[in-house]
Write a protein that binds this ligand. Structure first.
Ligand code: ZN
Length: 242
């Protein structure tokens, strides 16, 4: 079965719609969301509705946790804090609460999902390099693959090779005797200097992943961010992908 893994949408409706249309056009059976549906972008409510309708499983990101937690919000930079205040005002209290209670991890057979790290999911630490990955491999011994988001950079870590590989668009056959930690990229705010949205397809039968990159109208998304009075940095970064 093929699974679509979407993460870090960040209230970017233009990117999300293109991603979901592509997933539907490919007749992919299940969609999972790895967190950070809201904050930074101009359409938190619209994105939340689309994700809830499409994905039976949504993992809690730090931006969901920050909706009700001052402790998490205090870790944000000034841009993220400004946007968070605005996002909190947009979302009904019921949604703020339910988002902050989303599960931190989800496991299905040989694979699992987390937003930041499986080592301490509630801390939302950043997994950047092979040293971070090698510590994390010890924390999901029952699974072969841990998919994550949070850094907005599509990467694959192999336990055997002890190396990180940046993921370009296309299919990668995984080795059945290896284990992996894989970043699924970001739909709404890519940070690998490519402004195209990214999401992942995982095929659990032929044990492969495919990273998908698609153009979307980031200028519309950026204009809306400015119109809402959100920090201009959040609009500008969409065009450069950082
Ligand atoms: Zn994020």
């Amino acid at each position: 079965m093929r699974h679509a893994l979407i993460s870090d949408i960040h209230a970017n409706l233009e990117a999300l719609e293109v991603a979901l249309n592509d997933i539907r056009a490919k007749s992919i059976e299940r969609i999972y969301c790895l967190g950070d549906v809201v904050n930074y972008g101009a359409n938190p409510n619209e994105c939340l509705k689309l994700v809830r309708d499409a994905a039976p499983v949504i993992i809690r990101g730090n931006h969901e946790a920050a909706l009700v937690s001052e402790e998490i919000a205090s870790t944000f930079n000034p841009y993220a804090r400004d946007a968070l205040e605005w996002t909190r005002e947009q979302l009904p209290e019921e949604d703020r609460r339910s988002l902050s209670r989303l599960p931190l991890t989800y496991a299905q057979g040989e694979w699992m999902l987390v937003h930041g790290t499986v080592e301490q999911p509630e801390n939302f630490d950043y997994l950047f390099d092979a040293a971070d990955a090698s510590r994390n491999f010890r924390h999901f011994s029952g699974c072969r693959i841990c998919f994550f988001g949070h850094t907005h950079v599509p990467l694959l870590f192999s336990e055997k090779n002890r190396q990180a590989f940046h993921l370009s668009p296309g299919k990668v056959e995984l080795a059945r005797e290896d284990r992996y930690i894989i970043n699924v990229g970001s739909v709404g705010q890519p940070r690998d200097l490519d402004p195209r949205l990214g999401y992942m397809i995982f095929d659990d039968e032929d044990f492969s992943i495919e990273f998908v990159r698609l153009f979307y109208d980031y200028k519309v998304a950026a204009r809306k961010i400015l119109k809402m009075g959100l920090p201009s940095f959040l609009a500008d970064r969409l065009g450069v992908g950082r």
